[in-house]
Design a protein around this ligand. Sequence first.
Ligand code: URA
Length: 272
Amino acid sequence: MTPEEIKRYLEFYRDLGIKDLRMHPPAPPPPATAAKPVAPAPEPAPFSERTPAMPPAPPADLSESPLPPPVMAPAILPMQPENDTMERIRADIGDCKRCRLCQDRNKIVFGAGNEKAPLVFVGEGPGADEDASGLPFVGRAGQLLTQMIEGTSQKEGIPLLREQVYICNVVKCRPPENRTPLPDEMEVCGQFLFRQLMALQPKAICCLGSTASKALLGSKDGVMKLRGKWAKWRDIPVMVTYHPSYLLRPYNQNAKREAWDDLKKVLHFVYD
Ligand code: URA
């Protein structure tokens, strides 16, 4: 591995929140026997087959446990492959069993929209409607997001349809009771979000709410503090704004104006 590859490898893990990589212990020396002819090394498995899968869940009765069982930590996560594509990422996700969220999901919600779009919206994770349809932001929050995108862009003279942007989430499976995804779930599924964003290479990313902003910016600050200002994920400008579900609550109506302002900034930056 070249120093540049090692650097990229470490950056990738740092972005996943992994700060501590352990080396495998050195293999024990081979027993002293007569030298055997060396068999040719097998071809490396394709990337998709190297993606570590969670072993089958133990048949434990978890009904008594107040805590969800931990995600099985993969020995080592795959690196971002060269020339990655959305198709390949989807194939690598496969029928994912890497974390506990697989247990209750109906459909994996990969993302939807124009894969060539210069603007990507990142939400938290699927809700009931998304889990049933396999599409992101199709429930009430999704309808508001559509209004936000289409209404604001129309008013700003850069009319845009929702299908013209790309929309995805940090976790691809619905958390039970729509709870916030846990850090280990975000870490495991985050690798696919990062690969999606690297493959999409948008001009800007709009983070909807605190789960998306934590995943991409790693900041402990809340949305109120982060919103409205440009930040960066790798080299891509990121704007944080409120999650549409937050804006649906009647007592958060003032935040709507701020969300519309944030969106205006994004739209002008991307499409002017
Ligand atoms: N909320 C999200 O964060 N994502 C969806 O896809 C739907 C609701």
